[in-house]
Design a protein. Structure first.
Lengths: 186, 186, 186, 186
């Protein structure tokens, strides 16, 4: 049997190293865009989309109007809105198509990815680099022992939850009151 | 501006402390049940469900037959199958209903939660405790500075990805080959 | 080869007969509740949920604030809101749990089903009968040649779209303008 | 109050007229492709996707291996598989991207739409025309009084359920047995 504690330690060490190497200024720029936006849209695929949905849900509790592309009651995007793209490689077809359309509607586009020089760059106003190995790995990135792009998806979730924690501290939000606006039918 | 690096450090420290306090034997029992099962079903709500879906997706890449309750093409559960319930409090109505039904069909039920003495206990064959504060907090748990149940949802995702890493190491799975069975239409 | 035109004729005849036997007054009561409500929530499972999501999406285009239980950014329900339950038998566990919770929050509950005497009755303020055979079939219902509960799910979708058409005609909504509020990123 | 019975009659008449004008041979070709395929994938957006999911769910009960693009546990598509695209206009960006990828993997592509001369044509092996007005309306189509593309989405669901009924009659499937393979946790 492989040791649980070794495997868990490996993963949390990878996450600490990754989040520690994110450029703080990129985070502050993204946070400003979120605060400025009327509505915040999210787009991604697979496990990346799951991380983005978790971020959208938490930010909604904090008063940010969040939506993900493809949801049942998705409003029109406007020039006052922000689209956050999650895509490690920056080459995934669906997010690229959506980012192009968002720019046609003059929305702001933020990209959280691993590669600032990807095809997504043409549509990106604000880039946050998560420095991990993706399929298109670059020198200087955290080399993960985990399968596929797990480290990117985990880091993305934690990065979003870090933004949530920063907003709570900055605005002195009372965490007990958050439950009042939470879904009460589950 | 609240410091990004402090907020990120806080979150990764909470996660390391939490995963470090999980009982290894509970993990090994859960892993055995996953390996023994014909099919593995997942049930949860909200952000917990998102973590479970991410786990289901990764385990599917490793050859485990995974489903979540409510998915479009959900098969019948049988006595050879495992239901994994994600519920911090162990009191959420929907997972309780599903766990009861799973036992009526003689499936094995695993519960990942914070409280071994919850209502879920009546249906649980295998319990894994994530020792964090939930709404019903207990002495001895990690006290989180994060909002709501973020720490539980994050820990759940990482715990699932730890299981994936253990399976990969145990079975010497070649990570490059994993991409072959991955969705190729995205 | 079974004839397409015979099979299609069978289905459209079943639908015409079913919608023709719905009690108009039940429809008018439901329509009033939708117009009165601050927010309209939908709950159901399986193909019924798919029909409800389609209704929620179309009504949202007409200015109704619609949500489905379990969606990522689901607000709290209040006494000014309406929950619409889709359940043929009125005995499905999940909708029953949610309807009970909605009544605890003093919301109005509407049930679209086949059986006015089901367990759902305890929570229902407004019932609309779709008179088709379900697993618990009653005398006087349309007997369907289709599998499972297909006729209920189809009738539910068309009933919702009939409500949409009634709202459009009543409020003289310009259909070309509807596209302006439609998602523009797809 | 606008009359319910008039509105419902209008919708069912539109549906009968539409399904009646579908070319039977196009249906038989599609049915052959479904029967020949190892796996059947579905792609669409919005309410069209909801209709496709309902079709996928019903066909799965009849033994067809169905998936929709973007689902949590989506397998790789191969040259033995079929992709069914639902897109009225045949110009929606996401289905076009996916159809192009499906052809790169040598899968068969079927398109259910309103316009045989759309951009989708480049990737389509098998086309089924639902002759209704879309945004890009053509002469000879059914002119709908319903908003947006409701008539297309309804017709698509009924067309899929017609295929299901044809399979049941052709294979003499016992409808009572279908419930045995149905999800039993709801």
């Amino acid at each position: 049997m492989v040791s649980y504690s070794e495997a868990a330690k490996k993963i949390t060490e990878e996450l600490s190293a990754t989040l520690n190497q994110v450029d703080e200024n990129e985070i502050y720029s993204l946070l400003e865009e979120i605060k400025k936006a009327d509505k915040v849209f999210f787009v991604g695929v697979g496990r990346v989309l799951l991380s983005l949905k978790a971020i959208a849900k938490r930010l909604a509790h904090l008063g940010v109007k969040t939506y993900f592309v493809g949801q049942i009651t998705e409003p029109a995007i406007t020039e006052k809105d922000l689209l956050i793209v999650g895509s490690g490689s920056g080459e995934t077809a669906f997010p690229l198509t959506i980012a192009e359309k968002a720019k046609q509607h003059h929305a702001t586009v933020a990209h959280i990815g691993t590669n600032p020089e990807s095809s997504m760059r043409a549509y990106t106003d604000c880039f946050v680099k998560i420095p991990v190995s993706s399929k298109l790995s670059l020198p200087g990135e955290i080399k993960s022992e985990q399968p596929m792009t797990s480290l990117f998806e985990q880091s993305l979730l934690l990065l979003g939850d870090t933004l949530a924690l920063m907003i709570i501290k900055e605005q002195n939000i009372d965490m007990k009151e958050l439950w009042q606006h939470h879904a009460n039918l589950e």
